[in-house]
Design a binder for this molecule. Structure first.
Ligand code: PLP
Length: 421
């Protein structure tokens, strides 16, 4: 089992000092609460991560002491809010190892980032151009491209996956052609946990002249991400999945591409000059940030990214890989339980079905034991369909997830299955 989304056989190694999970857990107020009298076991981080005190406090301080609108005023608070907002941009730049801060665009989340690229960059597509997606994509990385295909006459091609949930690279190679203009790939599948070999797949895309967008909604939380090393053109992620606030996320795009892209939305902040004869637009990132942004969200996100970086993202990846391996062993021993997604390179997710038991019923009984898991198609219906399923039960891990919690999960599953069968 590899240890994080950087993937491609990069193992941060056993030499890393382990994380103190109890000290980390103590920083998450919500983990101290109980559900129906049972201690909360939160195994739904892939849907949204919980927030550490540092993030909660930063947002509170921002609103109590620092708030004003950004980029507009000469007064003290406006300058302070602007510097906090722009500092968050530089933090996100460092977090992704992006070459330039102005390549970082604040958006609402992964979904908006992908919609922005599909709407704006997508205007250059022509009938017959191809958009290549994998079977594992989240609906957020499917539907914006379908909308673009409808508008432009472009065609969507889909990369198949093997039975273990890994990408069929040979099939990918044979469906790539010079007609491919965009390859849009999830970095880590939220439904199965598969880590895609992005560096290799991006290099293959470049050979035919296609651009590469990476949906990093799951990858950023589980380990180091380096856009320079990956060789992609766009990288998107959501704040709320990396211990930050909801309603804020990041689109990184190569400077020269963003420079050529038309605006996505119009409004204040994104213009150079406006007249009724026509308007001119600001340079990126302002061109793509119409209106008053989610300033508090950006501040909170910056703190979350620094918080995660301070833990050591290699250590986070190694720690989660250990907990995931433990969970995989435990669940594999439960009779009638089938793990869906068993790729060698995997992160953060245990997706499974149990013979004769409906996922929804199982999740309901787990909830009564204080265990929060998710069921359903996980916004990845084509991936479910590939495995002949309508849904799975998914336990997803965060940096605060312990082996002991997965012991309770395994016991909880066995107890629930005894009741349900
Ligand atoms: C959550 C998720 C998204 C969508 O993120 P939003 O924050 O809802 O915009 C996209 N892709 C993957 C892989 C996800 O896990």
């Amino acid at each position: 089992m590899s240890a994080g989304p950087r993937g491609e056989g990069v193992d941060p190694g056993p030499g890393l000092e382990p994380l103190d999970l109890e000290a980390i857990r103590a920083q998450f107020p919500i983990l101290q609460r109980s559900i129906e009298g049972e201690p909360l076991i939160y195994l739904d981080t892939a849907a949204s991560a919980q927030k550490p005190d540092a993030v909660i406090e930063a947002i509170r301080t921002y609103y109590r002491r620092e708030h004003a609108n950004v980029h507009r005023g000469v007064h003290h608070l406006s300058a302070l809010a602007t510097s906090r907002y722009e500092e968050a941009r530089r933090i996100a730049q460092r977090f992704l190892n992006a070459p330039q801060a102005h390549e970082i665009v604040f958006v609402r989340g992964t979904s908006e980032a992908i919609n922005l690229v599909a709407s704006s960059w997508g205007q250059r597509l022509e009938p017959g151009d191809e958009i290549v997606l994998s079977t594992l994509e989240h609906h957020s990385n499917i539907v914006p491209w379908q909308l673009l295909a409808q508008r432009s006459g472009a065609v969507i091609r889909v990369i198949p996956v093997h039975d273990d949930g890994s990408i069929d690279l040979e099939a990918y190679g044979s469906l790539l052609s010079p007609r491919a203009k965009m390859v849009a790939l999830v970095h880590v599948s939220n439904a199965l946990g598969t880590v895609l070999p992005i560096r290799r797949m991006a290099a293959m895309a470049r050979e035919v002249g296609a651009r590469v967008l990476v949906d990093g909604a799951q990858a950023t939380v589980h380990g180091p991400v380096d856009v320079a090393e990956l060789g992609c053109d766009f990288y998107a992620f959501s704040g709320h999945k990396v211990y930050g606030p909801t309603g804020i996320g990041i689109l990184w795009g190569r400077g020269e591409l963003l420079e050529q892209m038309p605006p996505y939305q119009g409004g204040g902040e994104m213009i150079a000059h406006v007249s009724f004869g026509g308007s001119t637009y600001a340079a990126p990132p302002a061109r793509f940030e119409a209106g008053t942004p989610h300033i508090a969200g950006a501040v909170g996100l910056g703190v979350a990214l620094d918080w995660l970086a301070d833990l050591g993202r290699d250590r986070v990846a190694a720690s989660e890989a250990r907990v995931l391996a433990h969970g995989t062993r435990l669940l594999s021993q439960i009779s009638g339980l089938r793990l869906v997604g068993t790729a060698a390179d995997k992160a953060g997710v245990l997706s499974f079905v149990v013979d004769g038991v409906h996922p929804q019923d199982l999740a309901t009984l787990l909830d009564e034991q204080g265990i929060a898991v998710r069921t359903g198609h996980h916004c990845a219906e084509p991936a479910m369909e590939r495995f002949g399923l309508t849904g799975t039960v998914r336990a997803s891990l965060g940096v605060y997830t312990t082996e002991a919690e997965l012991d309770v999960l395994a016991e909880g599953i066995e107890r629930a299955v005894r009741i349900l069968r």
